[in-house]
Design a protein around this ligand. Structure first.
Ligand code: SF4
Length: 327
């Protein structure tokens, strides 16, 4: 069978005789079917495990139409702001609006909202009440704990509290989102053994041998507590087998389950998935600059042991390097 792009419209569903998708991904980036683009990678990974997945790239958040165009998924919506944090994508370090966006056709700005993870989730929760929403991508991953936000000049709550989604999968989260998909499919209630998963709990008495961070209220009030929280979760992430991390927040608890990386063989397998390795034809001849950077490149590994203070790679990809095989 000839490889096809993932469905992006009702016409695609009709053409493939699909009545309802299992999972619909919402992305702040244009749809480039290539493993360097996170939402496409996750969608192809889920597809390879038997799920029917569609993608809605760069929906117009000022209207409902784009969010409705693939209907209601059987299992859940996946939401990602894109390969960049939306505030980084939309503003310069001087807090001026950017005139370009490398992940958008024609390098155009203005195709993703500020704080896209929150905006997209609010839209989905209003249009599809009761359908679970799972967050992923760099924006959600790096904002999983209480964090200083440069644009607000303030410490914000863990993003799951602001976005009001059901779950968040952080880091390189193939196993996390696949586990969630299987649990939703089989209607399993216990998500506590699912890797890379973040959720909000009212009661943590069932959790043992965990790392408890200073609370959101403490890190807002005291810079030393903020630094301590960062030191604690950073050090935990350096361990081969990190513990569950819990951060109290306004009477509830953020629960961050430990990550599980792909093996080298599993990483090799990702790159054999049936990617078209091109932008969706709907973009015509409009160039997507980010595609130009990666189309002739090879991804060799994930993770970095470097720990440079200005770089977040170890917080997203992990401290331990997983390489692809030489063959
Ligand atoms: S800048 Fe980031 S990716 Fe590069 S060596 Fe430092 S931590 Fe690793």
């Amino acid at each position: 069978m000839t490889a096809q792009f993932l469905p992006t419209s009702l016409a695609d569903l009709k053409k493939n005789h699909v009545e309802q998708l299992d999972i619909i991904m919402i992305s702040g980036d244009a749809y480039v079917d290539h493993p360097s683009f996170g939402p496409a990678l996750i969608a192809r990974y889920l597809e390879a495990h038997g799920f029917r997945v569609g993608i809605i790239p760069q929906p117009n958040w000022r209207q409902d139409d784009d969010f409705l165009k693939l209907g209601k998924p059987k299992l859940f919506f996946g939401v990602a702001a894109g390969n960049l944090d939306s505030m980084v994508a939309n503003y310069t370090a001087d807090k001026k609006p950017r005139r370009t966006d490398m992940y958008t056709p024609g390098n155009a700005s203005g195709r993703r909202p500020d704080r896209a993870t929150i905006v997209y989730t609010n839209k989905l929760k209003a249009l599809f009440p009761g359908v679970p929403v799972v967050l992923g991508g760099v924006e959600a991953s790096l904002r999983r704990f209480a964090h200083y936000d440069y644009w607000d000049g303030a410490v914000r709550r863990p993003i799951l509290f602001d976005a009001k989604a059901d779950y968040l999968v952080y880091g390189m989260a193939e196993k996390g989102i696949l586990g969630l998909a299987e649990k939703f499919k089989h209607q399993t209630a216990d998500f506590n053994n699912n890797p890379n998963t973040v959720m909000i709990k009212r009661d943590i008495s069932d959790y043992h041998d965990v790392l408890i961070l200073p609370s959101y209220e403490e890190v807002v009030a005291d810079k030393k507590k903020y630094a301590e929280a960062f030191r604690l979760y950073y050090a935990e992430g350096r361990k081969r087998h990190p513990r569950t991390i819990i951060q109290p927040c306004q009477g509830r608890f953020l629960v961050v389950l430990p990550p599980e990386n792909l093996s080298s063989a599993e990483l090799d397998g990702l790159f054999t998935l049936p990617f078209i390795r091109a932008p969706h034809p709907v973009y015509g001849d409009k160039e997507i600059p980010a595609w130009g950077f990666v189309k002739d490149s090879t991804i060799s590994h994930r993770g970095c042991f470097g720990g440079c203070s200005f770089c977040a790679i170890s917080q997203h990809q992990g401290k331990y390097v997983v390489s692809r095989s030489l063959s």
